[in-house]
Design a protein around this ligand. Structure first.
Ligand code: MOS
Length: 721
């Protein structure tokens, strides 16, 4: 396939640069956190609880202590009290109440698989064997892990961020000429990136520690460790050069990271701790099980009159995790009367966390399915219904959108997928024994710009070095930043630009997440490169050319290098606007009527996310999100056997994600219209919108193919039959 066909970007970009770290990644030169090896390395392995709730009555570690190669066995009986652990707040804490699990502080068991002991040995195998020798006796208490059966236990979160919302008279949906009320269910989903969570910890002095850690934010990990061990932050050095996917599971600092640092302090040697795939299921968060109800009404010609969107979501008993599941319903469509309600259900599991498109990915499944159901009831094309209810300004706060080109996105996607072939009457198209259907769903996510600091240095060998502490969780940040630096620096050659990242000693950047980094760090790269150019003009004085030979200037002026360090953030003008990125996903499915098998046969995803800075990595983002959305729609589900409170599919054999054979050609289209209000590149984020709306698009396509409305994910063949 020709590159133009793959890229398919209208506007001023016809091509993009290759990934600057692509060669390192495909040759194995890229070093992930678990691959750092230090002299004298030791290995920490957890023994975990096999009860779900209660306390440890006794724990026998003798056999483990005497096993070959074992240096230390840590339990709640002998663990040192970390000076800042009990009271320390996690700086990247996504929860609004309670506190994160702290390991080895007491004998209580809060969920199945909770670490009860940590063995440190001179090899991973010896540590694993010794951990298997640990025997615990428990006092068991009755547990509850079944969120579906606990919907009546839902309570309003204590945190202030998610109070109920109401405008107009939301109950107007009830008296509307056309209306419906439907419930939607999303199971627990686990991030399951390729790379397991891993940390290497090494104390280089009594009060100094270095870690190589899988994290989405080296600065927040630095702060979390500094707080737990009461160290000055600069005494904690965090390195994260490559991340093998995360999707949110490394947005906060988890107990295993603190435990590994503690272990290294105890054995006075470097410690490596890599969670097993099974442990990932209850150690580093997940997307919470969420029940939703949408009540919606419209006039006979399709004008929305009222919507109520309610969600009840799983959280842990010790920490309150909340996300913006219902929030998009307040502003997605022009509707005079809207109510949203969000509640949490504490069950005996570890705490959930953000997972790609957090909140909105779940919420859009319900809202965008309900809009499709309403269109069917109105006998109207679902795009037409959306156009009729297009919000020209933000209905939540009355502000203008900084930019919004959704109508154009509908058109682009409809043209590309061949929407005209869709029949509004479900079940009317057959092809070779398969039912064919088309569906669409839209996504939205906030597009802000935060604060970041970037250092730009022109070196004597004419290398332009750009430095900031941001991590790249695989999305191609280094590539996009190099592209921005090149453009600002008058198309400075890509090969002469080095973007250094993933190190807490570099100038501060925020944690990579929330679709904020291209805007935030990109904005700071833009500003730093602009400032460096100006500094050169000053050095050169009168008569400086637009495109000086920088190495020559340095030499003439007898300068070893020229650098700037710039901190910048979004403009205050943004307060007057609502800024969102939008996506529209189109799907064609083929459904086998006898077996219920669903094949996604075509995908067209359109992103309206401002100017596309780096076409190749942008396309990768959208493709990856669409695949995630297909997994969400058809496969992903963490299944707990509630009798034992334990996952029964805690591996990649039992937890299904799409493989190549499940994925068709995915076309990505970009509206590619700059939004200069958000940042000087005119770019808005796209990591989250890539998945948001996709699951609804698949479910809506299945309805169109079969006439069957499926409201519980994943849509497995048994449900389709
Ligand atoms: Mo993401 S859920 O912003 O890593």
């Amino acid at each position: 396939m020709k590159e133009e066909q793959l890229l398919n970007i209208p506007g001023d970009y016809t091509d993009g640069i290759d990934r600057v770290d692509g060669r390192q990644k495909v040759t194995g030169a890229a070093k992930y956190s678990a691959e750092f090896n230090l002299p004298g390395m030791t290995y920490a392995v957890f023994a975990t609880s096999n009860i779900t709730k209660g306390s440890i009555k006794s724990i026998d570690t003798k056999a483990a202590e005497h096993a070959p190669g074992v240096l230390k066995v840590v339990t709640h009986l002998n663990a040192p009290k970390l000076p800042g652990y009990e009271t320390g707040k996690d700086p990247s804490k996504p929860a609004t109440g309670g506190g994160p699990l702290k390991l080895f502080v007491d004998n209580s068991i809060k969920f199945n698989g909770q670490p009860i002991a940590m063995v440190v040995a001179d090899s991973f195998e010896r540590a694993t064997f010794a951990a298997s020798l640990i025997k615990a006796e428990y006092t068991k208490e009755a547990h509850n892990t079944d969120t579906a059966k606990s919907l009546d236990k839902a309570a309003t979160p204590k945190g202030p961020r998610f109070s109920d919302y109401k405008r107009g008279n939301p109950d107007d949906w009830k008296t509307a000429p056309v209306n419906l009320e439907a419930e939607y269910i999303l199971p627990t989903e686990v991030h399951n990136p390729m790379e397991l969570s891993a940390i290497v910890a090494n104390w280089t002095a009594a009060d100094k520690v270095e870690v190589y850690d899988k994290t989405q934010g080296v600065k927040s990990t630095q702060n979390a460790i500094a707080q737990a061990f009461k160290l000055p932050p600069e005494n904690v050095h965090v390195t994260t050069k490559f991340v093998g996917g995360a999707f949110g599971n490394a947005l906060r600092t988890w107990p295993h990271e603190i435990a590994a640092v503690m272990a290294a302090q105890l054995v006075k040697r470097p410690v490596k701790l890599v969670l097993t795939r099974e442990q990932q299921f209850n150690s580093v968060g997940y997307r919470p099980y969420t029940w939703q109800k949408v009540s919606i009404g419209a006039t006979a010609d399709g004008k929305l009159t009222g919507i109520i969107h309610e969600a009840r979501a799983q959280t842990s008993t010790f920490e309150e995790f909340t996300e913006g599941t219902v929030n998009m319903t307040r502003f997605m469509y022009a509707c005079p009367s809207v109510g949203t309600i969000y509640k949490v259900i504490p069950v005996d599991v570890n705490t959930p966390t953000w997972m790609r498109g957090p909140g909105e990915a779940t919420g859009s499944f319900a809202l965008e399915s309900a809009i499709d159901e309403l269109a069917a009831k109105l006998n109207m094309d679902p795009i037409e219904l959306r156009v009729i209810n297009h919000a020209d300004t933000d209905p939540e706060n009355g502000k203008p959108f900084s930019s919004k080109n959704v109508k154009e996105a509908y058109q682009m996607g409809a043209d590309k997928i061949g929407w005209k072939n869709r029949k509004n009457k479900p079940g009317s198209v057959q092809e070779g024994g398969w039912l064919v259907g088309y569906g669409m769903g839209s996504g939205v996510f906030g597009a802000g710009r935060g604060r970041a600091t970037v250092r730009a240095t022109m070196q004597s060998n004419s290398t332009l070095l750009i430095q900031t502490s941001v991590t790249d969780i695989g999305v191609g940040t280094g590539t996009a930043m190099t592209q921005i630096a090149s453009e600002v620096f008058d198309n400075y050659p890509i090969k002469k630009i080095v973007f250094e990242l993933g190190d807490s000693s570099l100038p501060p950047s925020p944690t990579q997440g929330g679709s904020m980094i291209t805007s935030t760090v990109g904005g700071a790269v833009h500003d730093a490169c602009t400032a460096l150019k100006q500094k050169f003009q000053q050095v050169i004085g009168n008569g400086g050319t637009d495109k000086p030979d920088y190495a020559k200037v340095l030499k003439e002026k007898n300068l070893p290098q020229l650098d700037v360090e710039i901190t910048s953030s979004g403009s205050s003008e943004m307060r007057n606007y609502s800024a969102y990125s939008h996506s529209v996903h189109f799907v064609q499915v083929k459904v086998h009527p006898k077996t219920g098998v669903v094949k996604v046969s075509k995908v067209v995803s359109v992103a309206d996310s401002g100017h596309i800075v780096s076409p190749k990595t942008a396309r990768s983002q959208i493709v990856g999100g669409a695949i995630g959305g297909i997994g969400m729609a058809l496969m992903e589900e963490g299944v707990i056997d509630h009798r034992y409170g334990r996952y029964v599919n805690a591996d990649l054999a039992g937890y299904h994600v799409p493989v190549h054979a499940d994925i068709p050609q995915i076309d990505t289209l970009f509206v590619n219209k700059p939004d200069f209000k958000v940042n000087p590149m005119g770019a808005k984020g796209m990591g989250e919108i890539a998945i948001i709306g996709m699951a609804a698009a698949v479910a809506n396509a299945i309805y169109n193919a079969t006439g069957k409305r499926l409201r519980e994910l994943p849509i497995t063949p048994d449900k389709v039959m």
